[in-house]
Structures are given as structure tokens and as C-alpha cells.
Design a protein around this ligand. Sequence first.
Ligand code: ZN
Length: 390
Amino acid sequence: MHKDLYNAALDQRKTEYQKFGNKVDYLQQQNCLPEFKKCFPEYKELGSHALQATLKRVDFAYQRFFKGLGKYPRFKSIRHYSGWTYPCGSGWSIETNSENGYLTVSHLGRIQIRGKARTWGKPTTCTIVYRNGYWYASITVQCNPIRSTGTGAIGIDLGCKEAITLSTGEKINKPEFLKTGQRQVKAASKSLRRKRSPNGNKRVKASRRWKKERAKVSKLQRKVARQREDWLHKTTSKIVSGNSLIAGEQLNVKGMTASSKKGKRKKQKAGLNRSILEVGFDIMGGLLTYKAAEAGGFYLESPTRVLKPTQRCAKCWQLTPKTLKDRVHICSNPNCQHSEDRDVNAAQVNIIWARGQELTSIDAESPSSTACGSMRQLGARKRQKPRPCV
Ligand SMILES: [Zn+2]
């Protein structure tokens, strides 16, 4: 029913504009809802807020389209409809103390829930999600997440050979399962290509084997995605648990993945780009930011273009040009000649830069704050705002 409402709202916007040149906005559609429910009384049971949330989805799709972020909204089949939302407390209820419990959705029944939330709070919204053939319930709670942290300060450098290098010299390798998973996905996709795929123009239907193989490919892809997410969460949590000041570098992921099409050292860059996407570096900054904020610490990103951490010397701050092939930093400054592993050096440059930022912020606030004090205060101030956690 939510899907039909979505399509109806989309159809209204489309035909009103095409035939009469009227632009229908969200409020107009919301005001139509009571009339709509008179014609289709079965919709009354779904709850007006949930229906409004579905109309908002249509509006959201249009907003994305107008901003140039997405394609023109399409009509959805039930197979591709992603679910619905309860934007307030009505229509659902939850019985739990953060560990296991029951979720009751009106007209659907009481469902057992399993697992544990790290911090629990007041439940606010519930979204039923249908993805990859499975149904999920996503519940947001209003809470104040608190995380413990150490007093250390650490710099990190992301690379293609070792996934993460810390300024202490420790290296975290790219997890093995990514390689295995990719190999499996590749093999399954090859097998999929050999089966009869659907072709609408030639009126060819997909074969049963093709459908089966496609399900296998998406299952494998899902598994790798989940493993990667798990690994990222564990790794970032570990970094935050020991350090309250973390320094990384700004990644221009969009630019980096695009740059592999031309230019010097194309292949190496493509390798780095692939590993950025493979390991999920693009979301790592976000994870570190919120985890550090929860812990009352701070995560800073150095401006890579200006600072050039890979080329700068951590001892004398002099630049030494390098290619991706040079694995060891040997300072070109004759008075320094500092030699260090390339990635460790970059991580050290990052943390030195972050400490410099911290010192300037202390000067601005008060001379009495301690080494990590000002950053901690900033982090704490950030934390005070209750943040919904999913
Ligand atoms: Zn040097």
C-alpha cells in the first residue's frame, strides 16, 4: 500500500506538470491525504504520519533530482520498493533494555529482536527496510553515546600496500577476506555472464540458472560489504580507544578515483584508488570523527594538498619529492638525512601538524589549558548535542 501511495504521488506530480504545468509540492500532497483516505479507507489503518513519511520520500526524490544528485524519480515495483517509516511513536512499540526484546509493528505483529545496542535511549523513529530480499527494522534512539579513550595522540596514513599505518610504526594490513571475497565475486560474475540474461528488446527471458547465479553474486557482494563494515568499525574503535587526538589526512576520494583515467603513473594510482574503495577509506573519516567526538577526543584531517605529508620530512619539515614506488623516506636536506618508512613518516607528519593546530587553539582560548585540554573541551561541546544513533 505504501508503494501504491508512492507511485500515486509520483504520478500526480508528473501529470500535473506535463499536462497543466503545475508544480505540486509536498504540502499540497499532504493536504490531499484526507481526501485520499476517504476514497481508499483501507489506508486509514496505516497511520497518517507513516503516510506523510512516504509522501516525503517522493519529495526527497524530487529534491535530489532538482539538485542534480539523482535521476528523475521512477515508479517502483514492489520488488524494488525499499520500505516505509514511522516518523514518531505511533504505529509501533519496542520492549527492550538495549539487549534483545520485542518489536511490535501495528498490523504486522510482535517480532523478536536480537542483539545489543551499545548505548540505548528513547526510541524515536522506526523504519522498515526491505533490502536484498531481507526485511530489517531500523530504530533510531535519542541518546548520549559515551566511549572511553586513552590519552595518546596518533597520526594515521592510509595507503595501498598496508591499509593503515600509524605514527608509532604499527601497520594494519588490508584484511585477507577482502581479497578472498573479491575473487569469489569475480568467479561468480563470470559464471553469471555465461548464462542467459534477460533482454527486453529481443523478448528473451532470464533463465532459471541466470536468476540463481545472480542471487549468488549479490549474496557474496553483501557478505564482503558486511565484513568490510565490521572491520572498519573494529579498527576505528581500536584507534579511538587508545588515543584522544587522532590525525589523518584529507582524502579527495572522488578526485582520486577519477584521476586514474589519465596522467603519469596511471597504474599505481589505479591500484591506490581501487584499494581506497575496497577498504572503504572514504567512510573512515566519518567513523573516526564521530567516534572521537563520542569519546571526548578529537579527529583532525590535515590538508593534504598544502601539507604534502608523504613528501615532507617529520624531523626538519623539508620537502623531498617521491613517487609511489619509493617506499622509504630519505630526507634530501643534507643537515638532516632522516630516514624512515614512507608511510610512518607521513603519519608522523600528520600528527605533528595536528599538534600544531592544537597549540594554536590553546593560545586562542586560555594559556592554562593542558596538552589535550582544549581539544577535549571542543570534543565534549560537540558531544553535548544529543545525536541519534542507529
Ligand atoms: Zn629531514
